[in-house]
Design a protein around this ligand. Structure first.
Ligand SMILES: [Zn+2]
Length: 405
């Protein structure tokens, strides 16, 4: 069994689910426990400057080998798994030679090519799944295993000449807080790559611009029998706002570069109602237009009722990293070349979400995203082909080789 697969299985068995309700950082102590073990392992493989800070970020250095003055490159992965599905007591299963037949797991979970046709791309390969009761955690422990395995190779074999390399491991990515306390200055890389993508070949440097909107509606509750010209039903005002937003711009009707308004919450009675939306668009102009449209709808309704019964609060959440990557497009070219050298066809696509790399890019660490190899994240159907992980390790090695030239 390949080293990277062994390492991944060891990580997958450790419970590291993050918790969106927590008020601590990291959100769960179990992530710190994982990080403590990772510190020991990084020291064992020969990394230097191995540190865990008070927020449980772990950083380490692979010192330069024969190359001075090369830019410092970083590799970053997150250790938590999604709270959307159980990540406790994960029991990785290995299908040694996937033959295309359904993979039957516990709890009636079957990974069937009818539902997930992309699995047929891995016929004849070894595939790792969970046992049906939990997620697998290839998002993103595959990335962690790939980075550590590449570092171990560089430090042991010494046959690749390269400059200084920094490694970073973050908690709480799945709850949107992965980089809240990440010390970019101390990390000291000129640019970095997250290994947090899906299928083999994925290369991403575009993500959504994102905002959250909260709409509060103050109605006027009056006895319905005496309500004529007096009652304002907050629920119906909420309904009016929902109806005024374009129905074609909802998540269920959009794909690729199409943005959306997504209603995530609706609470209300006659007296008060509240709506929560998330607004997403890759294009910054369209993103601003979406925020403007919602603002104008609220103004219109307030005008119609002759008073400010609707209050709107919009907060930007993150931005498309493309803006920060464009001036340094050579780092995309490096990743592409590294993949081609490993015999992997680069698949460039826009992320319909955010990444830690997007936030880091705005913190002056340009940070595109590379595949870690897994599929069907955040649930019991998750799987990762071993060959994809092996190729991710190769891509890391090729990247440092290219930069060192
Ligand atoms: Zn991830």
């Amino acid at each position: 069994m390949d080293k990277v697969a062994q390492r991944f299985i060891k990580y997958a068995k450790q419970f590291t689910t993050s918790d969106p309700e927590s008020t601590t950082y990291p959100s769960t102590h179990r992530q710190t426990v994982f990080m403590e073990k990772l510190v020991e392992e990084l020291k064992e493989v020969g990394c230097i400057e191995v540190e865990m800070d008070k927020y449980s970020y772990v950083t380490a250095t692979v010192p330069a080998n024969g190359v001075q003055n090369a830019p410092v490159v970083g590799f970053v992965a997150h250790v938590d798994t999604s709270p959307d599905f159980s990540g406790e007591n994960v029991q990785p299963q290995i299908v040694e030679k996937y033959d295309g037949n359904p993979i039957v797991l516990k709890n009636g979970v079957t990974i069937d090519s009818k539902d997930f046709p992309e699995i047929l791309n891995y016929k004849g390969q070894a595939i790792i799944t969970a046992d049906g009761t939990t997620l697998l955690g290839a998002d993103d422990k595959a990335g962690v295993a790939e980075i550590v395995t590449a570092a171990e190779y560089l430090l042991k074999s010494k046959d690749i000449k390269h400059g200084k390399i920094r490694l970073g491991f973050t908690p709480d990515e799945e709850i949107g807080k992965g980089t809240d306390h990440f010390d970019v200055k101390k990390f000291g890389a000129d640019f970095a790559y997250t290994l947090d993508g899906g299928e083999i070949g994925e290369l991403e440097f575009e993500n959504f611009n994102a905002a959250g909107a909260k709409i509060k509606i103050q109605g006027r509750s009056v006895h319905p029998g005496a309500a004529k010209n007096k009652m304002v039903n907050a629920i119906l005002v909420a309904h009016q706002i929902i109806a005024m937003l374009p129905p074609t711009q909802r998540p269920e009707h959009t794909e690729k570069y199409e943005g959306f308004f997504h209603l995530t919450q609706l609470n209300g009675n006659v007296e008060n109602a509240e709506l929560q939306y998330i607004i997403r668009d890759h294009d910054f102009v369209k993103f601003e237009e979406k925020k403007k449209l919602l603002t104008e709808i609220v103004q219109h309704i307030n005008f119609q009722y002759g008073k400010n019964l609707v209050e709107l609060e919009i907060n930007d959440q993150y931005f498309n990293m493309r803006q920060k990557i464009e001036p340094v497009m050579h780092i995309i070219e490096i990743a592409k070349k590294a993949m081609l050298q490993a015999g992997v066809e680069p698949k460039i696509k826009a992320i319909r979400g955010g990444t830690d790399g997007a936030r880091l890019s705005y913190d002056s660490l340009p940070c595109p995203n590379i595949f870690a190899g897994g599929h069907n994240f955040h649930g019991p159907f998750e799987f990762v082909p071993v060959h994809s992980m092996v190729k991710a390790v190769e891509v890391i090695l090729n990247i440092v080789k290219i930069i060192g030239k």
